[in-house]
Design a protein around this ligand. Structure first.
Ligand SMILES: Nc1ncnc2c1ncn2[C@@H]1O[C@H](COP(=O)(O)OP(=O)(O)OP(=O)(O)O)[C@@H](O)[C@H]1O
Length: 882
């Protein structure tokens, strides 16, 4: 054995007992040679890369492998497996003979770049015998990124007077880190001149303070730099090349589960130590922390855990729990949003995969899983959900371009495929207009499934019956079944035909893609009147055709004017506007806007739901002009009036005007008094106070009212008369005779009144409208059941809030879609998002009566559909009702 090998062997055995390694002196003593000889041999071994030398004094030597392994031992747990090779490389660079090699660490934010630099410095310090710690100076270049001079001054130091404000000499970090480590984070923020200076320092160990021209300074720094950027792009090539060791830290998503577990344990341990109590974690919470997407990497994981622990700790302090237990609910909303999104995707994919193994997804088995002993409504909800998912999977998986014509042929029998193609062309009238050929092929996949299953005789006793809520689709399914029977002798049982209806439902029920060239804008008084009418119409037509502008009482006409104008200008393709308004003062608005923005506008007042529906429908016909749509809509105004001879005045609402002189206030008293006398047959009558100027006795306001209302009578302390409207003096009204006169007048006018708001959307019509409308928008509920409940429980609410038919219709639709959304949120775990979507009005107060009047219906909905309607939504409902 030569001397070199002897030194190596001795070093190896020495480090078994002294893990920190041996100095030249230690080896010299052991081998009984002199120190300089030992040092010479040790350095030779270093050159051969067999031995490493640690910085600090005295210099210590360790064999290469042993050094990294033993020094890492306590850090291993913390850095995880994927970091091991990185750390090894870093250590090798750091303990490089003569001088440590500069290291550049790259990686996304939060991957642990700073952590790695700190770890390296700790290892170095641990191995050094020097009682004095090796300096480890860290600096983030981003902190001074806006001031390059100051940034460079911080690093290299400043000579007094170097720039304005440099009033004294300043030592730089390079100087402070002499014989130690300087960690420069976000190094790409250094300006090119700074990068050059750094390069020079790394290359020659020489630098100058800012402002110094001649004096050269020396510093022996081990440089570690880090950047989130691509160094090939963000650094000067010379500097970039000078980093001979480049380490890239992997993002969290590329680390193993095991490593993530280690990190989780580590962070929990740290939190536990801070709280000084026991810390438990629920399984579901642990699973989420181990799997959720964490774009901010370890840094984010750590802070998410810290936040969650703080919440759990708070619960513990409030005595809600006797130990700190980290639960799913402690995780932040943002984190959970991501998790839910991921679960949804996974569910979908896993289902697709499940089906991958069999030739086609199998709905029959799925349907059989449903426990038929559950309440009908729940079964229904589940059934619909399963069917929808089934159709979704079929259409996602087999949609073109994934599936070519040949592809379809492989999956569907030729006769069936041909028959469907033929049906698509021949049954145009019987099938919903929105049905695409692709949809029919997807149905073909299912029918193929049916064929296969009925051959095996498995299905007949198992398919539960489910009925599509929309009659339109059911009828189409019947027609199609008939066609298939005639053409290819496919004899489908009733349940299959019912199931087929689901396949015919439009793929895009709510497209707002239709380009209208004539816009329909609806402007009415009241907080939600326009919105609710527009909602009903848009839902029924499946398109956002009506643009609603509500005019709450506190909004001025000017504001409304501006909003209408903006609404028109929003769409540059608009060639004309049909403005639907409720009362007179808005009629002139259209003319004024037309002058201002030069777009033809026509206005119709006294708008009702049938007009809105008609305007919406006609606006979808691209060939119709503004005038044509206007005329058609106008016709609809009278559509529900039985007797055509009764024209204009017939559709007006009834009004009783109570008048008094300004400031007298008597009219309001009268108003309250009259309202008490109105029977249920006269609930439509509006009672309005009109103040008359005592000097001019001007009756213009009353005349204006007359053109929009059917004025039953004017009652007041001031004697006013306008054409053919009876006047009842206040004193007379207070006598018996007066009351009976008013009652007579009401009776008389009652017979004349026969307009939409009062009666002609008869119950039957009402129910059909809702049934169709809800059928289009809901997924989980059966509209029929919903309608039965509303029919029973809605009347008292309607009477309480005094909605007209339009408002009520709007509320029915609203409730239907609301319940559907709640079920969806429950099933998809998105209740929090749903709650968040409700606008919070802190000032709103709900009276006891309001709450009570709603409570019966709401609890009925809750029990029938097995849902819990959140309090905030209940509040919102009351608000909407007013
Ligand atoms: N392997 C690890 N073990 C334990 N904790 C770690 C580990 N890696 C990183 N951390 C912790 O994660 C947090 C973020 O790490 P660090 O600040 O080092 O990331 P970074 O890459 O420097 O981020 P940035 O680019 O945003 O500065 C720190 O609190 C750090 O202590």
């Amino acid at each position: 054995m030569n001397r070199l090998d002897e030194v190596y062997k001795e070093l190896k055995s020495f480090e078994q007992i002294h893990p920190q390694g041996a100095s030249a002196y230690d080896i010299a003593k052991k081998l009984k040679i002199d120190r300089s000889t030992a040092s010479r041999y040790l350095n030779k071994l270093v050159k051969e890369n067999k031995v490493m030398k640690s910085p600090g004094k005295p210099v210590r030597y360790k064999t290469h492998s042993s050094f990294v392994n033993t020094q890492q031992a306590d850090l291993e747990i913390r850095v995880g497996k994927s970091l091991q090779p990185i750390l090894k490389k870093a250590m090798a660079a750091f303990l490089y003979p003569s001088n440590p090699l500069p290291i550049l660490i790259t990686g996304e934010t939060g991957t642990g770049k700073t952590f790695l630099a700190e770890t390296l410095s700790k290892i170095v310090n641990q191995t050094s015998d020097d009682k004095k710690q090796i300096p480890f100076i860290t600096f983030n270049c981003a902190d001074y990124a806006n001031n390059p001079e100051l940034l460079m001054g911080q690093i290299f130091g400043i000579k007094e007077g170097a720039f304005t404000g440099a009033t004294e000499d300043k030592i730089g970090l390079v100087e402070r880190a002499n014989n130690g480590i300087l960690f420069l984070d976000e190094i790409h923020r250094l300006p090119p001149s700074g990068q050059e200076m750094l390069f020079y320092l790394m290359d020659k160990g020489i630098y100058r303070r800012l402002g110094e021209t001649t004096k050269e300074r020396y510093s022996n720094v081990s440089l570690i730099a880090a950047t989130t950027e691509d160094p090939n792009k963000a650094l000067l090539p010379t500097l970039n090349r000078r980093f001979s060791v480049k380490l890239t830290l992997p993002p969290l998503r590329e680390r193993s589960r095991e490593e993530r577990e280690e990190l989780l344990e580590q962070f929990l341990k740290e939190e536990k130590k801070k709280m000084n109590t026991d810390l438990l974690i629920s399984d579901s919470c642990r699973e989420i922390l181990l799997t959720y997407e964490c774009p901010g990497n370890i840094g984010q994981l750590k802070s998410d855990i810290q936040i969650a622990c703080a919440r759990a700790y708070l619960r513990f302090l409030n005595n809600e729990e006797d130990r700190v237990i980290l639960k799913k609910e402690d995780l932040s909303n943002e984190l959970m949003d991501g998790v839910n999104e991921k679960i949804k995707k996974q569910e979908f994919n896993s289902k697709s995969n499940l089906y991958d193994s069999s030739p086609l997804p199998n709905i029959y088995e799925k349907l059989n899983e449903i426990n038929k002993n559950q309440p009908l409504e729940i079964t229904n909800v589940k059934l619909q959900r399963i069917i929808q998912e089934y159709i979704q999977i079929l259409s996602q998986k087999y949609k073109p371009p994934q599936l070519s014509k040949k592809g379809w042929q492989k999956l569907i029998d030729k006769d069936l495929l041909d028959a469907l193609k033929l049906a698509y062309h021949k049954l145009k009238k019987q099938l919903p207009a929105s049905v695409s050929i692709n949809q029919l092929y997807v149905l073909g996949l299912h029918l193929q499934n049916y064929r296969n299953h009925s051959k095996n005789n498995r299905y007949h006793e198992s398919l539960p019956s489910i009925i599509h809520p929309n009659i339109k689709y059911r009828q189409s399914a019947q027609q199609l079944a008939l066609f298939l029977e005639k053409n290819i002798g496919l004899n489908l049982p009733e349940e299959e035909i019912e199931l087929m209806a689901f396949f015919l439902k439009s793929e895009r029920p709510h497209s707002s893609l239709v380009e209208q060239s004539i816009a329909v804008i609806l402007v009415t008084h009241g907080e939600y009147t326009a919105s609710s009418m527009a909602h009903v119409t848009n839902t029924l037509l499946g398109n956002e055709v009506i643009h609603a502008i509500d005019m709450p009482l506190d909004v001025s006409t000017n504001e409304t004017y501006e909003r209408v104008k903006q609404e028109i200008q929003k769409n540059p393709n608009i060639k004309g506007v049909l403005l639907l308004v409720d009362i007179g003062s808005l009629v002139t608005m259209g003319d004024t806007i037309q002058h201002e923005i030069d777009i033809p506008i026509r206005t119709l007042s006294n708008v009702n739901l049938s007009m809105v529906l008609e305007a919406g429908r006609k606006s979808l016909v691209s060939s119709l002009s503004l005038d044509e749509i206007y005329e058609e809509t106008k016709k609809a105004m009278f559509a529900f009036i039985k007797n055509d001879a009764q024209t204009a005045t017939m559709h007006k609402k009834r009004l009783i005007a109570t008048v008094c002189f300004t400031g007298e206030g008597a009219a309001q008293l009268l108003e309250t008094w009259i309202k008490k006398y109105l029977s249920t047959l006269d609930q439509d009558v509006i009672v309005r106070t009109v103040r008359i100027d005592p000097t001019t006795k001007d009756t213009t306001v009353l005349k204006e009212l007359k053109s929009y209302y059917d004025i039953v009578a004017i009652i007041g302390t001031v004697s006013v008369s306008i054409d053919d409207v009876p006047f009842i003096p206040a004193w007379e009204l207070l006598q018996k005779e007066g009351i009976s006169r008013l009652e007579k007048l009401l009776e008389l006018t009652r017979n004349r009144i026969d307009f939409i708001d009062n009666q002609p959307i008869e119950q039957k019509e009402f129910a059909t409208l809702i049934l169709q409308g809800l059928g289009e928008i809901v997924t989980y509920i059966n509209p029929k059941i919903m309608i039965e409940i509303l029919d029973e429980f809605m009347p008292p609410i309607q009477a309480f809030f005094q909605w007209d038919n339009t408002r009520e219709l709007g509320m029915w639709m609203h409730l239907g879609s609301l319940v559907d959304r709640i079920i969806s949120a429950k099933l998809n775990n998105t209740m929090e998002q749903l709650k968040k979507s409700v606008p919070i009005d802190r000032n709103i107060t709900i009276t006891k009566e309001e709450e009570e009047i709603w409570s019966k219906l709401l609890s009925k909905l809750e029990s029938t559909f097995k849902i819990k309607i959140p309090a905030i939504i209940k509040k919102e409902l009351v608000k909407l009702s007013r």
